[in-house]
Design a protein around this ligand. Structure first.
Ligand code: AMP
Ligand code: MN
Ligand code: MN
Ligand code: MN
Length: 279
């Protein structure tokens, strides 16, 4: 049987919390055998033009993407938008508002960290920020590693940056309805990112998927670096049951920080209808 084309539809550049510039990311993807790449920075589309230009130069197919942060039922959920229109004013304004919220959250995170004896984290995190409009927890994590409070980014999250820890600040992102609307405003396809990462019971996940579909959500990541082999099966079952298109994306952030490199995930199960079936 011929191999499926190598699609990687989820990754991050320095326009959000990735370590590689958009053009470098595209070159790495091509070197890894990726044939169709989507750049999906958190709440930001500023890296797309550079990525698209490099992809054109080296003959890689490029998909304009974004990963939108939304709040639903008290938790944060990420919705990837594929084939979005970067020129959409609705999309641009929606993302701008989410980024503004990130800037305010960052100040509160720094105050929290200062209270537990970690000074200078706002400036320290911004030292890792390439795009001044987009700051996230990963930038704080890199600062905490640099100052030896922890040994690696993963531990920075475990000890400081997740719910219940001193650097964690609860945050209201966009609503699910608005996040879906931003993606669809440009004609994009909303895809639920890494469903296995959310602290939802099975019945809560089903409730979410119902609302997601009702709001125009059409896809679900089945094969992502966040999932175990068992979860590939678990979310394939949900994709079939809910009639959602299946996606494959590494969620690559950078060499040394990501478990799985661009384009290196297993293929989707052959019977799943992929997000790219009519591209
Ligand atoms: P934010 O959107 O700023 O709240 O940060 C979310 C980002 O933090 C994710 O996209 C990951 O890049 C990173 N992240 C979240 N949890 C972890 C973790 N346990 N280990 C490493 N990185 C994480
Ligand atoms: Mn990230
Ligand atoms: Mn995510
Ligand atoms: Mn991501």
């Amino acid at each position: 049987m011929p191999r499926a084309p190598n699609y990687d539809l989820h990754c991050h550049s320095t326009a959000s919390d990735g370590l590689l510039a958009p053009a470098e990311l595209v070159a790495r993807a091509a070197a890894n055998g990726v044939e169709i790449l989507a750049l999906t920075d958190h709440d930001e589309i500023a890296g797309l033009a550079e990525a698209r230009a490099r992809a054109r130069d080296i003959g890689l197919r490029f998909v304009d993407g974004v990963e939108v942060s939304v709040s639903w039922g008290g938790i944060t959920i990420h919705i990837v938008g594929l084939n979005i229109d970067p020129a959409s004013a609705r999309l641009q304004q929606g993302l701008q508002a989410i980024r503004q919220g990130r800037t305010e959250r960052a100040k509160k995170m720094a105050q929290d960290l200062a209270r537990v004896g970690i000074p200078g984290s706002l400036e320290g995190a911004y030292a890792y920020v390439d795009n001044p409009n987009l700051i996230g927890r990963t930038h704080f994590a890199r600062f905490l590693v640099e100052k030896r409070y922890v040994n690696d980014v993963k531990s920075a999250f475990q000890h400081y940056l997740v719910s219940g820890k001193p650097g964690y600040v609860p945050h209201e992102w966009a609503t699910l309805q608005d996040g879906l609307a931003y993606i669809k405003a440009g004609g994009g396809m909303p895809v639920l990112a890494h469903p296995g990462r959310y602290k939802l019971t099975r019945s809560e996940m089903r409730k979410f998927l119902g609302e997601f579909k009702d709001g125009g959500g059409t896809g679900i990541e089945v094969v992502t670096s966040s999932h175990s082999a068992e979860q590939y099966l678990e979310y394939a079952i949900l994709a079939r049951e809910f009639g959602l298109l299946a996606s494959r994306g590494s969620d690559f952030h950078g060499p040394g920080e990501s478990r799985i490199d661009l384009g290196m995930l297993p293929d989707l199960a052959a019977d799943l209808k992929p997000v790219w079936h009519d591209w």
